[in-house]
Design a protein. Structure first.
Length: 221
């Protein structure tokens, strides 16, 4: 599903190249649940953002579902992103002015899903994530764990092939973190959803099937 070959990322600073990622080569198959780990500044978020098409590598080949991403134009990349990728952020990134139901519905509007189908899918998500009672509340009326459930519901509602999560439990208490990890595991096991998460937590990584260890921009294991 994902093929990275010799991915490099650097920022030029006063004529010097400041490397963030070096020679990153790996393949991630459909149905895997991969955790990217490593010290702060190792390049984990940068790698996840490249996989999620939010950033471009400086060099290297990136193939996503058979498409050569590095050669696609912006419009095609956005289309691929909308159709296949669900992103979950540490700080939730919900839209404050929208209710829980409206936040979850938003990706379906971008995908031009019809009104009846939207309502039914949003109702299904609310039900599945046990947040029916919260549907008319705004994000600031929810706990962090509840906001992240909404964040995940929003990522999942468009039925993506892959979920990318950057420290999804970084702002949560351990009981809430456990709930989120169990949810990821269920999505992975029962719906064969591919998941890639960045985490500092060994306990979170244990929910996955493989660990990619990054150090100074290199995969070390
Ligand atoms: N726009 C930029 N310009 C210059 N350097 C950058 C830029 N964006 C990121 N970096 C640098 O890239 C390095 C890797 O950042 P990244 O966020 O990928 O690390 P990380 O492993 O996710 O770290 P953390 O665990 O602390 O979130 C950092 O040293 C950061 O300062």
């Amino acid at each position: 599903m994902i093929k990275l070959e010799n991915i490099e990322k650097y920022y030029a600073n006063k004529g010097l190249k400041n490397y963030i990622l070096r020679h990153v080569t790996t393949t991630i198959n459909a149905g895997e649940f991969v955790s990217i780990m490593g010290p702060s500044g190792a390049g984990k978020s940068t790698l996840l953002n490249i996989i999620g098409m939010l950033e471009e590598p400086t060099y290297g080949l990136y193939e996503f579902m058979g498409e050569n991403i590095t050669q696609l134009n912006e419009r095609k990349r956005i289309e691929l992103y909308r159709n296949h990728i669900g992103f979950v952020f540490q700080a939730y990134h919900l839209i404050d002015e929208m209710t829980v139901a409206e936040n979850i519905e938003a990706p379906l509007l971008y995908k031009k899903v019809g009104s009846a189908e939207r309502k039914s899918r949003v109702a299904d998500m609310l039900d599945r994530f046990n947040i029916v009672g919260k549907k008319d509340l705004f994000p600031n009326q929810l706990s962090g764990g509840q906001q992240q459930l909404v964040g995940i519901a929003r990522a999942v509602v468009a039925q993506p092939a892959i979920i990318l999560a950057d420290e999804p439990t970084g702002n949560l208490q351990s009981a809430q973190a456990l709930q989120i990890m169990e949810l990821f595991q269920t999505l992975n096991k029962t719906e064969n959803m591919t998941i890639i998460q960045v985490t500092h937590s060994e306990a979170n990584a244990a929910y996955g099937s493989r660990i990619l260890n990054l150090q100074d921009g290199l995969i070390i294991k």
